[in-house]
Design a protein around this ligand. Structure first.
Ligand code: PNS
Length: 161
């Protein structure tokens, strides 16, 4: 059974993330979407809200193969706890590469039995990021096609309150 971990902030989940979830299921039997409590970033959505938004985004057909979890501390400790050996990450553009390259090597050093698998983000999503999505939402811009409809509603709710 090939188990993969898809870690990230997911603040909030976008259609770009969901494209990666879908494609990860071609190489893994089970996928855990793992939300990091990132101390460096202040998040818009709480971890509980993010778990809820992600869970609602998983298509019915994949629900038995995909779960959502959150972790504190090092990703590699979470990966070991789950007895996983594969992490998946999306690469949107060259600008992602340096950070991802550094992180993958550092993670390899921390836990040699884990491989990081990179997937190029689908061409229709390569410019989509949670940061930009939040900014568009803050100024009441059009989010259709960038995030699932329930995420769009949750963003509108956040910025109207
Ligand atoms: O979606 P993001 O914010 O680019 O995801 C980054 C994430 C959460 C994968 C990364 O910050 C992470 O793994 N954080 C957990 C702490 C950790 O293990 N840090 C050392 C990485 S070498």
């Amino acid at each position: 059974m090939r188990l993969a971990i898809y870690p990230g902030s997911f603040d909030p989940i976008t259609n770009g993330h969901l494209n990666l979830v879908e494609r990860s299921l071609h190489i893994a039997d089970r996928l855990i979407i793992a939300i990091a409590h990132n101390v460096k970033k202040t998040s818009l959505f709480s971890v509980e809200e993010r778990i809820d938004l992600i869970s609602q985004s998983i298509p019915e057909a994949h629900r038995d193969r995909v779960s959502v979890d959150a972790f504190d501390g090092l990703l590699m400790d979470f990966v070991k706890d789950q007895e996983a050996h594969m992490v998946v990450r999306g690469l949107r553009a060259i600008s992602d590469f340096e950070y991802e390259f550094q992180m993958a090597h550092m993670n390899k050093r921390l836990y040699g039995d884990c491989e990081t698998i990179f997937m190029m983000t689908g061409e229709e999503h390569f410019y989509v990021s949670s940061n930009l999505v939040r900014e568009i939402a803050r100024f009441d811009g059009n989010l259709s096609g960038l995030v699932p409809p329930h995420v769009e509603l949750a963003l509108k709710d956040k910025y109207s309150s």
